[in-house]
Write a protein that binds this ligand. Structure first.
Ligand code: NAD
Length: 477
């Protein structure tokens, strides 16, 4: 039976007046009938969050922490069910989906601990008899709009940090991933979080724009494409804090001093996990000419060995892409590269045997040049472009030469190069000799066209707090 997914507003499950169908990208079958909310549902959710904020902002941080721990425990207890929901709705392999749920549970516990570490300072005055207290208070009602590629973690980072800080929140997840957020909100409900503190509004059409333009918000936290982020930034109803985690096309530089085997392993992992649909996926690789053919041969073999299929099958390395439109972009990038003289060394096509699923072969395109789309636009699929360089300064210029500023990768065993590239690459995250640029307790964010503001770590909580100066004259001589 098709599941019916509803909104969660003020602690109650409620339908919207219309619905849309959600499909499984591995086989194009309908998996759920989803509430397609509009301005009325968004108004109701923002009003519930506003009402709840009056109380939640003053709830003792240790109590907020208890709720967050309780939700984290419930997420972990339902790990397998939540992971299956992710794989069914957006296609990533069940192993990766299970990892995502585990990290979500950890985010709840991390921010539960951080809740009680928000403190201020006492600032000296230039006259006696005064105390200046600098304290931090929650910002207020948060709107959160998220994409489908990490459907739980990207909701979780916002929700955990906001709720820990004493804010209340309205979440609008992607229309391509409504099922796993509904299960997360079941965990929230089960943990007894007071009604209105966290609200869920589902929708494919008007819900996102209605939330992004809602005058009742005190902050908007958005993760998604650069194009949508720019639209939202132009339409916010008034000056207010924004966090923008946007898209990018992430470069990797492999120098003549790299451990080539490690670089190949890193490129295969960060280029093809989640079928390349990661904001920090390696998209374009610049390799020193002296090690270029070793690297291309190694990467071609590693990628040719990846098995593509339904992500529910644990033997698969790469699942379907989440949307048909995504497959079209990937195909266009490969065709553009080939038309301009590049060579496909493995993959290069859709996978007709797996139709009607949205599959594309894991693909390496070698002999690229900087103008090719795969080397300067976000491909967001299972394709990487590779080109040779002679002068490291050129590789740095190409790496920095797009609007993208989210993450860059370097492989070198030369300490001077490691530090120099860490400094010169104009990205919010630079990973050297590893490809895991985002960890839970370090700040994670982009710059340039990839947005601003950070999530993760203590810095991720700061974005939900505002400063207050309380200056007290107590009259001592
Ligand atoms: P998207 O921009 O199409 O959609 C993101 C969300 O915005 C969805 O919930 C969507 O319904 C909503 N939305 C769409 N138009 C809107 C509008 N006009 N007003 C308000 N909301 C609107 O992105 P996507 O395809 O879901 O996700 C892929 C993109 O997200 C990629 O570009 C990827 O790089 C980026 N991303 C960035 C990060 C990061 O941390 N920087 C993380 C994950 C994904």
């Amino acid at each position: 039976m098709t599941k019916k997914l509803r909104n969660y507003i003020d602690g109650q499950w409620s339908p919207a007046t219309s619905t849309f169908e959600a499909r499984n990208p591995a086989n194009d079958q309908v998996i759920a009938e989803v509430a397609d909310s509009g301005p009325a549902e968004v108004d109701a959710a923002v009003a519930a969050a506003r009402a709840a904020f009056a109380t939640w902002r003053h709830v003792n941080p240790s109590v907020r922490a208890r709720y967050l721990h309780a939700i984290g425990d419930r997420v972990k207890a339902r790990e397998s069910e939540l992971a299956q929901a992710i794989t069914t709705e957006m296609g990533k392999t069940i192993g990766e989906a299970t990892g995502e749920v585990d990290k979500l549970a950890k985010a709840f516990h991390f921010y539960a601990e951080e809740a009680s570490r928000v403190h201020g300072e006492v600032i000296p005055n230039d006259v006696d008899g005064f105390h200046s207290l600098a304290v931090r208070e929650p910002i207020g009602v948060v709107g959160a709009i998220t994409p489908w590629n990490y459907p739980l973690e990207l909701v979780g980072w916002k929700l955990c940090a906001a709720v820990a800080a004493g804010c209340t929140i309205v979440v609008k997840p992607s229309q391509y991933a409504s099922l796993s957020p509904v299960l997360l909100f079941e965990c929230i409900d089960d943990a007894g979080l007071p009604g209105g503190v966290a609200n869920l509004v589902l929708g494919a059409g008007a819900a996102g724009p209605a939330l992004a333009a809602h005058a009742g918000l005190d902050k908007l936290a958005f993760t998604g494409s650069t194009a949508t982020g720019n639209t939202i930034a132009r339409n916010v109803p008034r000056a207010m804090p924004l966090t923008m985690e946007l898209g990018g096309t992430c470069p990797m530089i492999v120098t003549e001093h790299a451990d080539i085997k490690a670089a190949v392993t890193g490129a295969a992992r960060r280029g093809f996990r989640n079928a390349g649909q990661i904001c920090i996926a390696i998209n374009r690789i610049y390799v020193h000419r002296s090690v270029y053919s070793d690297f291309v041969d190694g990467l071609t073999s590693a990628v040719a060995a990846l098995r593509a299929g339904n992500g529910m099958d644990p033997a698969m390395d790469v699942g379907p892409m989440a949307t048909r439109a995504g497959v079209d972009v990937v195909e266009a990038h490969v065709k553009d590269a080939v038309a301009h003289g590049a060579t496909v060394t493995t993959g290069g096509d859709r996978i007709p045997e797996l139709a009607p699923g949205y599959f594309f072969e894991p693909t390496v395109v070698a002999g690229c040049t900087p103008e090719m789309r795969v080397m300067c636009e976000e491909t967001f699929g299972p394709v990487v472009g590779v080109m040779a360089y002679d002068d490291l300064a050129d590789a740095i210029a190409w790496a920095n030469g797009t609007e993208s500023g989210l993450a860059a990768y370097v492989y070198t065993q030369d300490l001077r190069q490691a530090h120099d590239l860490g400094r010169r690459l104009d990205f919010g995250n630079v990973a050297v000799n590893n490809v895991d640029a985002g960890i839970m307790n370090a700040p994670y964010g982009g710059r340039k066209g990839s947005g601003f503001g950070v999530e993760h770590g203590k810095a991720g909580l700061e974005g939900y707090l505002q400063h207050k100066h309380i200056r007290i004259r107590y009259g001592a001589e």
